[in-house]
Write a protein that binds this ligand. Structure first.
Ligand SMILES: [Zn+2]
Length: 197
């Protein structure tokens, strides 16, 4: 997805010069010092786009590599994880990096799997191309997971974030099992929306 980095940076610099314009620009909420988001992603599992396209089922490719979004409510019955609260670990559907533990998941009620934090440094954030939201990505492969929101008053432990994650970006390893045949893959094959892939 194209970036608007230079334009955005210029806009933010102008905000600092003119307080009268402050309300016109989005500013990221203060990040908790307890955040476990990576400052420097490892990105040691990146590979050419053609390889991802060959490896991933179509809608997973569209979300992980093209930043598309699955519809709300991809629940267990549809092959997703929105209402799954079993013990285990969620890994990246692309590179299998462990991203979230079951203890991080909570019923946020938004229709997508929600997590109040992540496994240390397994996820990083970037400002979305829309300039308003913060995208979250897998630190291993840079795959798009969803978005992170703060300051919503959910009452979870610090950092009390809400990672709004697409089910199709994830696979689930039940507690006591290892990745492989015992992993629960997202089997939702319906449409996803937006994105560039
Ligand atoms: Zn990954």
């Amino acid at each position: 997805m194209s970036r608007v980095g230079s334009t955005t940076s210029a806009a933010h610099r102008s905000v600092h010069r003119s307080s009268a314009l402050n309300m016109q620009f989005w500013k990221p909420p203060a990040t908790s010092k307890h955040t476990r988001l990576a400052k420097e992603p490892a990105l040691d599992k990146c590979k050419p786009d053609a390889d991802w396209k060959e490896q991933l089922q179509q809608n997973t490719y569209q979300v992980l590599r093209g930043k598309a979004t699955e519809p709300a409510g991809v629940r267990k019955a549809s092959g997703g994880f929105d209402d799954v609260f079993d013990k285990g670990t969620y890994v990246c559907a692309g590179c299998r990096t462990p991203l979230y533990e079951d203890s991080h998941k909570f019923d946020c009620g938004c229709g997508w799997p929600g997590f109040w934090t992540n496994i240390q440094d397994a996820v990083y954030e970037e400002k979305d191309a829309d300039g308003r939201r913060c995208e979250i990505l897998c630190s291993g492969c840079g795959g798009h997971l969803g978005h992170v929101f703060r300051g919503e008053g959910f009452g979870n432990p610090e950092p009390n974030e809400r990672h709004c994650v697409n089910s199709v970006s994830l696979a689930f390893i039940p507690e006591g099992k290892t990745d492989g045949p015992d992993a629960v893959e997202c089997t939702y094959t319906g449409r996803v929306f937006g994105g560039t892939a």
